[in-house]
Write a protein that binds this ligand. Structure first.
Ligand code: NAD
Length: 295
């Protein structure tokens, strides 16, 4: 059993913390929202984030943005309240520069750190089937592995500080671009008189095959479990895809990478979110393609 502090018990953090409890760990949690705090099954309630970490061997954070993560670690007393050598595991999706700042702040304060963002969404958090991508030292990764195993199915050690979030935003850049590609292909198929099922049957067995097609198909019918069959209820919300693509676009610009499709995907998802699609599954971008095509 490990004493774990868990800060940020929202859509993802709540079920992740509950899975740590289920695996036999003692978890003290804190969230600014009383509702989130009350909903996390089996998690002891702390009065504040510093209170949660005081007796912890490991601290897991699952917060909205880099701004939240940095403020909590550096300004809100989290690092100062923890015992020396505590392992800080940040699972939030944030940019690589912020993740490195968090590592630096943690190690400067005498602690250890790992960035370990996730793929798999709320369903994966609930079912403990997340994929973790981790950045930090090999010893830190080895120590975190049993905790990650209680919350997910796979954990990949991607390299040093920031490598986990780097892998996450690169992966989601592939996903965002491929969802737009699949959506455009379905709308083109509609215009050419192809049925959704016919295009699906061909592409799923041919070189167009990808996760955006076979697991999260943007049109209703071919993949019964895809959000398209339930009015595009997420799933993975378009707002989160826009956020991740924004992080990838910023990193591409900062690094001088010619990522024209990635930048365009970031723009299209930002527009889709601003136009009312933010809370829909990211596959609903097909409806924007159809609208722009005059259908
Ligand atoms: P969420 O908004 O549901 O949860 C975040 C929680 O953090 C909220 O409950 C909020 O009250 C709490 N919080 C914010 N600042 C705090 C502070 N200073 N102290 C304590 N609590 C604080 O968000 P989520 O969907 O759980 O996402 C969390 C992270 O996971 C994000 O970085 C997101 O990009 C990433 N992510 C989300 C999904 C998804 O499908 N939801 C999938 C993969 C990754």
């Amino acid at each position: 059993m490990v004493n774990i502090a868990f800060i940020g018990l929202g859509h993802m953090g709540g079920p992740m913390a509950a899975n740590l409890v289920r695996a036999g760990h003692r978890v003290r949690g804190y969230d600014l929202s009383d509702r989130a705090l009350a909903a996390a099954a089996g998690v002891e309630t702390a009065a504040s984030a510093p209170d949660a970490v005081a007796a912890a061997d490991a601290v897991v954070t699952m917060l909205p943005t880099g701004r939240h993560v940095l403020a909590l670690h550096r300004d809100e007393g989290l690092l100062a309240a923890a015992a020396p050598g505590t392992l800080f595991v940040d699972c939030s999706t944030i940019d690589v520069a912020d993740a490195r700042l968090v590592h630096r702040a943690a190690t400067d304060a005498g602690h250890r750190a790992l960035d370990a963002p996730v793929s798999g969404g709320v369903a994966g958090a609930e079912a403990a089937t997340l994929t973790f991508m981790a950045g930090g030292g090999a010893d830190e990764f080895a120590e975190a592995e049993p905790l990650l195993a209680a919350m997910g199915r796979k954990a990949v050690h991607c390299g040093g500080a920031g490598a986990g979030v780097a892998a996450k935003i690169c992966n989601n850049m592939i996903l965002g671009i491929s969802m737009i590609a699949v959506s455009e292909a379905f709308v083109l198929g509609e215009r050419l008189g192809l049925s959704h099922q016919a295009l699906y049957d061909v592409a799923a067995a041919a070189s167009g095959r990808c996760w955006a097609l076979t697991a999260n198909c943007p049109v209703p019918g071919p993949v019964p479990a895809s959000p398209a069959n339930r009015g595009y209820r997420p799933g993975f919300a378009a707002a989160l895809m826009a956020k991740d693509l924004g992080l990838a676009a910023d990193a591409a610009r900062a690094g001088g990478v010619d990522a024209r499709l990635g930048l365009q995907a970031a723009r299209l998802y930002a527009e889709f979110g601003a136009g009312g699609g933010a809370d829909r599954d990211f596959s609903a971008i097909v409806t924007a393609v159809r609208e722009r095509s005059g259908a």
